[in-house]
Structure formats: structure tokens, C-alpha cells
Write a protein that binds this ligand. Structure first.
Ligand SMILES: Nc1ncnc2c1ncn2[C@@H]1O[C@H](COP(=O)(O)OP(=O)(O)OP(=O)(O)O)[C@@H](O)[C@H]1O
Ligand SMILES: O=P(O)(O)OC[C@H]1O[C@H](OP(=O)(O)OP(=O)(O)O)[C@H](O)[C@@H]1O
Ligand SMILES: [Mg+2]
Length: 282
């Protein structure tokens, strides 16, 4: 039975459960449940604190974990990212009161408050900056106002939290994060159960980002049309009853679907349809 760690709280928890559900796995019904077994898929899910997931996976007791890239790196645990999941996207950045810090070099001698001490200490060391780091559990934006630090390093998505605290970002982002699947560093890459799990999640990612496009076009326009809809490998082209016409079917990125439909129409394609993909194996 595959043993998988899933975030039990916070920004990662809802979208992670949703993705697993879309991939056909049973998920917990109550937010207090700490472990469930999905007997049909032979998977056991452990609902753990997001911060602890890399540590459990590195210990070898759990095969796979879903966590944030920033949490993985911050933990320093012996685990590695094997698939990016496209949700909980954020940057990790320094911020301060406007005008107090010009750039990275000005951090020398300052105190940086953060919940991600591992990332910040490593970043400062990499840049040869001698600054103090104070660990706080959350709501670090308040640390400057209350005099605990002159700088914070925190997750920034929309920037609303920083704006509300009267702070602004400083220097380049320390890292880009998103939800990721992790496993113990060097674990068996060919384990068929792990491979099947990854294929299912990849199927969800594809179903979320692509749509199926169908249209009819004249044979003379086929090459131009196929250039607009190359598909993942190659589009399916079928003859139509009306001579000189073909039907084409290809997957296209959902975000570009409307533009592609316009371009197809302009070169003479007709009966252009898009349909959602519910699941897939590439
Ligand atoms: N506003 C946000 N937008 C996108 N991702 C976020 C946001 N806040 C946190 N994350 C991501 O969520 C993960 C942190 O999860 P965690 O549950 O520890 O924090 P949280 O979502 O802030 O919840 P909590 O309220 O318990 O602090 C990290 O990978 C982080 O990058
Ligand atoms: O750029 P934004 O869109 O505002 O998002 C970023 C904020 O979201 C998270 O905070 P959360 O609300 O989870 O509180 P926390 O600081 O206690 O973790 C994170 O720690 C930032 O403060
Ligand atoms: Mg938080």
C-alpha cells in the first residue's frame, strides 16, 4: 500500500485534497481525520502539518508527500521534488518599511523576522551577509511595527498582506514556490505504485490546462490549421463525407483556446468546438 502525506491545514490543504479527489482518490470527510485508507486504490493518506511533511517523507516511513517547495527547502530534510502541482504559487521575499533598505547589501547588521529560518539563513550565507534571523510562527508582517525586526522574509502572493502592514518588497525574490510532490532523496524511481500515482496527478494537470478542440476544414487549409493546433503529439485528421473536407481533433492549451478558434475561423475552418477534458493519461 502506497503511503502518502497530505497537508492537513493552511493554503495547501484544500487544493491538495481537491486534486487528489479529481485523480480518483478517496479523501477524508472530516477535517479532524488524521489518516484514511483508500482500499480500492491501495493508498493510505496521512494528514499532517504542512511543515512536517518533508521530515516524515525523508524518514522513509511515507513514500510520497504533497507540500510547498518553500517548506521542503526550509526543512532541510533529505527529500526531493518530483512533480510540480501548479497551485499555492507564491514568491518568497524580503520586505521592509519604505525607504529603510535599498537592497540586499543593506541587510548587514539587521534583524530579519521569518517563519522560514532555513531558507533565509541559507540565502544570507550564500550572499555573504551577516544579519540576525529571528524565528516567528506567523503574521510576521507585524514584527517590524513592534520593533522585533527591521526586515521580514515571507510568502508573498498578491502583496495584500504587505500593503496592509505598510511594507514593501526589497531585493529580488529569494525563491518561487508552488505545491509539489516529494519523495525521499534517491528513493526507487521505478516503483510502479509511485509511477501510477504521478501519472494520475499529471492527468489532472493536463485536464486542467488543456481542452479538446474539434473543427472541419478544407484539405487545402489543413497544413495551416494543423500549425495552429499541433496537439501534444499530432492531431487526428479524419475524412468527411463531403469531398475536399477533413475533421481535425487536437488538444490545445485552455488559455489560448479562444484565440486559436478565431485564427482557425479566419483561415476558413468551421464547426469549431471545444470540450473539457475530465481525465487523461498522456
Ligand atoms: N497567500 C498564499 N498564497 C499562495 N501560497 C501560500 C500563501 N500562503 C501560504 N502559501 C503557501 O502555503 C504553504 C504554507 O502552508 P502553511 O499551512 O504552513 O501556511 P499557511 O497557508 O499560511 O497557513 P497558516 O494559516 O496555518 O499559517 C507554503 O508552501 C506557502 O508558500
Ligand atoms: O501576498 P498575500 O496574497 O497577502 O499572501 C501572503 C500572505 O499569506 C500568508 O499568510 P497567512 O494569512 O497564512 O498568515 P500567516 O502569516 O499566519 O501564515 C503568508 O504568510 C503571507 O502573509
Ligand atoms: Mg501562513
Amino acid at each position: 500500500m502506497l503511503r502518502i502525506a497530505v497537508p492537513n491545514k493552511g493554503s495547501l490543504s484544500g487544493p491538495a485534497a481537491e486534486m487528489l479527489h479529481e485523480a480518483g482518490y478517496q479523501q477524508r470527510r472530516e477535517s479532524k481525520e488524521l489518516r484514511i485508507v483508500d482500499p480500492v486504490n491501495e493508498v493510505e493518506f496521512f494528514y499532517l502539518r504542512p511543515r512536517d511533511i518533508a521530515i516524515y517523507v525523508a524518514s522513509g516511513q511515507l513514500d510520497i508527500g504533497l507540500t510547498g517547495r518553500d517548506l521542503l527547502i526550509d526543512s532541510g530534510a533529505d527529500a526531493e521534488e518530483i512533480l510540480a502541482l501548479g497551485f499555492a504559487r507564491s514568491t518568497f521575499r524580503y520586505a521592509c518599511k519604505p525607504g529603510t533598505i535599498g537592497g540586499l547589501a543593506d541587510l548587514v547588521g539587521k534583524t530579519v523576522a521569518t517563519s522560514y529560518e532555513g531558507i533565509v539563513a541559507a540565502h544570507l550565507a550564500d550572499h555573504g551577509i551577516d544579519a540576525s534571523v529571528v524565528h516567528l510562527d506567523g503574521a510576521v508582517e507585524t514584527a517590524i511595527q513592534l520593533g522585533v525586526a527591521q526586515v521580514i522574509a515571507d510568502v508573498v502572493e498578491t502583496g495584500t498582506s504587505l500593503r496592509n502592514a505598510g511594507l514593501e518588497v526589497v531585493a529580488e525574490p529569494i525563491m518561487q514556490s508552488e505545491a509539489v510532490v516529494i519523495r525521499r532523496t534517491g528513493a526507487d524511481a521505478d516503483d510502479p505504485k509511485v509511477q501510477q500515482f504521478l501519472r494520475r496527478l499529471q492527468g489532472v494537470l493536463v485536464a486542467r490546462t488543456y481542452v479538446m478542440m474539434d473543427y472541419d476544414c478544407r484539405v487545402e487549409q489543413l497544413e495551416k490549421a494543423v500549425a495552429l493546433t499541433p496537439g501534444l503529439e499530432s492531431p487526428t485528421v479524419s475524412p468527411l463525407h463531403n469531398e475536399g473536407w477533413v475533421a481535425v481533433r487536437a488538444m490545445v492549451p485552455a488559455k489560448e483556446a479562444q484565440r486559436i478558434m478565431d485564427d482557425l475561423y479566419d483561415i476558413g475552418a468551421r464547426a469549431i468546438l471545444t470540450t473539457a477534458i475530465h481525465a487523461c493519461r498522456l
